[in-house]
Design a protein around this ligand. Structure first.
Ligand code: PEP
Ligand code: CO
Length: 474
């Protein structure tokens, strides 16, 4: 940052403080059992070390800026609601495997460097449409708001909003991220280790063959590069060392900035950078239910140096959205704002083009991403929440079409997904039907794409990145 920008930055945000959101209305906050207990917890969180570093955050922001102009592509994905009990090596490794496989497909077949960002290591709080729910025996219970707040168990005591859970969220995020760092630090993202990304569950999927073809092609290419570099080597033939380092080195994490006492407690002023950062995660996003201009979430997010996603739905008023962007990014810093559109397959083609035009005319630099999940939620005849794979694909196609027709770039995709062979979304090459849903419907919140469906989406997206989105792959 130039000195003049720095001065401008201080002037512009002189009224911002990590706690300034407290004077605004904060939607979607739980009724914490005890304010005293909440303060004790946030004081403790305020003394804990950050989980990520400001330079990592800045590096991600630069990459997101590149995605905004079509030079990279964001793959952001993970559970709707992470669970404390899933903080296990095998499950974290599984999530990393599918994200690496998808990055490989999208990077290779889509010919674009991929930025992998997990909805991981902190995605423990959920905004909800209803504050209560009626369970089997007719009892009305407070709704489950994510494990940072209450328990999924359907009893009155389990649904109490307990501030001590915020400590558990911090520790579980820390352990998850630590394991991610171990994996990435030991070369998990290297292409020479791509065999370690194999997932048993995906082999059944129709796209597995195509994945294997790409992997085989890459192995050949790497062997060739190794041979070429060995031609002039005086060290003897060393395939191992010449190939080390080709692949994915960075992995970022993100979560919804929802529970503001938690986010505030993990916000630190970093003197070397001259600004505040939320050091609990690399990227934050503001959900569709908390995007009000004068609300607490927008106030909080405008003051931190982290990149911020803003969910945009079909109901979003465009002038309001422009005001929100201007408030969050008053200095028009590139890479700061990612607009994550979740318009639904039925509205994307009618709503997205005018949004793109309005944002362009505003002069604010944004990176566009698509969340093809949240605008395509439907219920089956027996009331189960699901998403049709075809609608997800259609919204992806519609988004690419709109950006192309407006001369803009779609810079990323945001997915609710898992590596497991769950049955939560219908369709895809594996043909999950409504009657399959009860077999492995394991999510604690929204339905996720399973491993095979996720890999298939990577192929669909890669084809779109090459400009082949008007016809379905198959
Ligand atoms: C989510 O990403 O889980 C979510 C709740 O999305 P949205 O705010 O777009 O509804
Ligand atoms: Co969700």
């Amino acid at each position: 940052m130039q000195l003049s920008e720095l001065i401008g930055f201080y002037r512009g945000s002189s009224l911002w403080q990590p706690h300034s959101w407290q004077s605004r209305t904060a939607r979607q906050q739980p009724e914490w059992e005890s304010r005293g207990a909440l303060s004790a917890v946030t004081e403790q969180l305020g003394r804990f070390p950050g989980l990520v570093g400001p330079r990592e955050i800045e590096a991600l922001k630069h990459q997101i800026a590149d995605a905004g102009v079509g030079r990279r592509f964001i793959l952001q994905g993970g559970d709707c609601a992470e669970r404390f009990q899933d903080c296990r090596e095998d499950l974290i490794r599984g999530k990393m495997r599918i994200l690496m496989q998808m990055s490989l497909v999208m990077g290779y077949a889509g010919r674009r460097p991929i930025i992998p960002i997990g909805r991981m290591a902190g995605q423990y709080a959920k905004p909800r449409s209803e504050s209560v729910e009626r369970v089997g025996d007719g009892t009305i219970l407070p709704i489950f708001r994510g494990e940072s707040v209450n328990s999924f168990d359907a009893t009155t005591s389990a649904r109490r909003s307990d501030p001590l859970r915020l400590l558990q969220a911090y520790h579980t995020s820390s352990a998850t991220l630590n394991f991610i760092r171990i994996l990435m630090g030991s070369g998990f993202g290297d292409l020479q280790h791509m065999d370690a990304w194999d997932l048993g569950t995906i082999k059944k999927g129709a796209y597995w063959k195509r994945y294997e073809q790409i992997a085989a092609g890459l192995r050949d290419a790497l062997a060739f590069i190794s041979n070429v570099s060995n031609v002039s080597s005086t060290q003897g033939v060393t395939p191992e060392s010449t190939l080390r380092g080709y692949g994915f080195k960075d992995f970022y994490v993100s979560h919804e900035a929802l529970l503001l006492p938690y986010e505030e407690a993990l916000t630190r002023f970093v003197p070397e950078m001259g600004r505040h950062y939320n050091l609990s995660t690399h990227m934050l996003w503001i959900g569709d239910r908390t995007r009000e201009l004068d609300g607490a979430h927008v106030e909080y997010c405008r003051g931190v140096g982290n990149p911020v996603g803003i969910k945009v739905s079909a109901e979003t008023d465009i002038p309001d959205l422009l005001d929100v962007i201007a408030r969050i990014n008053s200095h028009n810093e590139v890479g700061k704002v990612t607009l994550i559109t979740r318009l639904g397959s039925s509205e994307v083609r009618t709503k997205l083009p005018s949004m793109i035009r309005a944002v362009r005319e505003s002069g604010f630099a944004v990176t566009w991403s698509v969340d093809p999940m949240h605008g395509n939620t439907v219920r089956t005849a027996d009331g189960r929440k699901t998403r049709r794979f075809e609608s997800v694909v259609d919204e992806i196609h519609g988004s690419f079409e709109a950006h192309r027709s407006e001369g803009s770039h779609l810079g990323g995709i945001h997915l609710e997904m898992t590596s497991d062979d769950v049955t939560e979304c219908t369709g895809g090459a594996a043909g999950v039907t409504d009657s399959d849903l009860e077999r492995r419907y394991e999510t604690w919140c929204d339905p996720r794409l399973n491993g095979a469906q996720s890999l298939e989406i990577a192929f669909v997206t890669a084809a779109c990145l090459r400009g082949e989105y008007s016809r379905r792959l198959n």
